[in-house]
Design a protein around this ligand. Structure first.
Ligand code: ATP
Length: 318
């Protein structure tokens, strides 16, 4: 577990982070969200001591990071930098092997782990001998992730990991990121200024403004129970898309009629309403899914719409 206890940092006259407190549970993905300059990166870098706090305490699994050797601390924490941060004159293989070298892994172990990660991250095996500039932006981003994951750290810090990519590549890498088994058991703190990204990937979101935490909660809590106008306004222009993205067919189960159809496309109950609508848009007429006990329901776009409106009302008004 990561815990930041009343942590503050100023740069000369700029109070970048003011008395921030939060906890990230094991296996949780906390996303620091906010406009440029609100203190997200400074907060992240205080976790692995790339920046030292002026006040407050950061602990990881109960250990105060201030008492650890910073180099050894960082070897045990995966870190994906803004704009991938690859060494331009190192090959992809050498970039990924940075931490294994510090850990004195033998060549075979490093080679095996690198090959495994390249495959998991959908990178061509022969890119190992290429240099970063010979890869696309999306591929470089994946190498940055491979480098952070190579020693299988339990904590992963990510600073705008998809920041430099175009919207289409960004959306598809996000999907892969979400599906990556290797990331599911890690404790992740990730920085983004992209609201959609935060809502798609976060277990909880920490919304910041001017160095302070304004609200911290699940995507549902921020969307349906914003604590003030700032939170509400932050999401307002994208509200409907966000609602479609964070609601799943499973959430709507009780609102859907007990109908079944034999010629429906079968999907998983965890499919978001956004993705379900994309099926309807692509010409599918009926969709069928099962709950945890295997009971099936089939829906068309009209039953989906009515169920969604009824679910939305319940979230807003209780
Ligand atoms: N090394 C530094 N020296 C002086 N001021 C700094 C330094 N690092 C950050 N700041 C200031 O601290 C504030 C918070 O910066 P920080 O990088 O943490 O914000 P951010 O939310 O991550 O922004 P962005 O999304 O643009 O990266 C900003 O006003 C920034 O200008």
């Amino acid at each position: 577990m990561i815990r930041l206890d009343q942590v503050s940092k100023s740069f000369k006259d700029t109070a970048a982070v003011k008395s921030v407190f939060f906890e990230v549970n094991e296996g949780e993905n906390l996303i620091l969200l906010g406009t440029s300059g609100c203190g997200k990166t400074t907060t992240l870098k205080m976790i692995n001591r790339l920046i030292e706090p002026d006040e407050g305490k950061v602990t990881i699994n109960g250990k105060n990071v201030a008492n650890e050797n910073p180099e050894i601390l960082r070897r045990g924490i995966g870190y994906v930098m803004q704009n991938n941060g690859l060494f331009p004159h190192y090959t992809i293989g050498e970039n990924i092997a940075t931490v294994p070298q510090l850990l004195k892994w033998d060549k075979n172990k490093t080679q095996e782990r690198t090959t495994e990660l390249l495959s998991k991250l959908h990178l061509p095996a022969d890119c190992i001998s290429l240099f970063p500039h010979e890869l696309s932006g999306g591929q470089q981003q994946r190498v940055g992730l491979a480098r952070a994951l190579v020693a299988d750290p339990s904590v992963l810090l990510m600073d705008e990991p998809f920041g430099a990519l175009d919207n289409v590549t960004r959306a598809s890498i996000r999907k892969e990121f979400k599906a990556l088994e290797e990331l599911k058991r890690k404790t992740i703190v990730m920085v983004t200024h992209d609201v959609q990204e935060a809502f798609e990937l976060a277990d909880r979101i920490c919304l910041m403004d001017k160095g302070e935490i304004i609200q911290i909660g699940t995507p549902q809590e921020l969307l349906y129970h914003p604590i003030n106008d700032f939170v509400n306004n932050f999401m307002e222009s994208e509200r409907i898309t966000l609602e479609f993205k964070i609601t799943t067919l499973k959430d709507l189960w009780n609102k859907l009629p007990d109908e079944q159809s034999s010629n429906a496309k079968t999907v998983d109950q965890q499919l978001s309403i956004w993705d379900t609508l994309n099926y309807f848009r692509s010409g599918v007429d009926k969709i069928s899914f099962a709950d945890d006990s295997g009971r099936q329901k089939s829906i068309d776009i009209n039953t989906l719409n009515s169920a969604f409106i009824s679910y939305q009302n319940l979230q807003q008004h209780g």
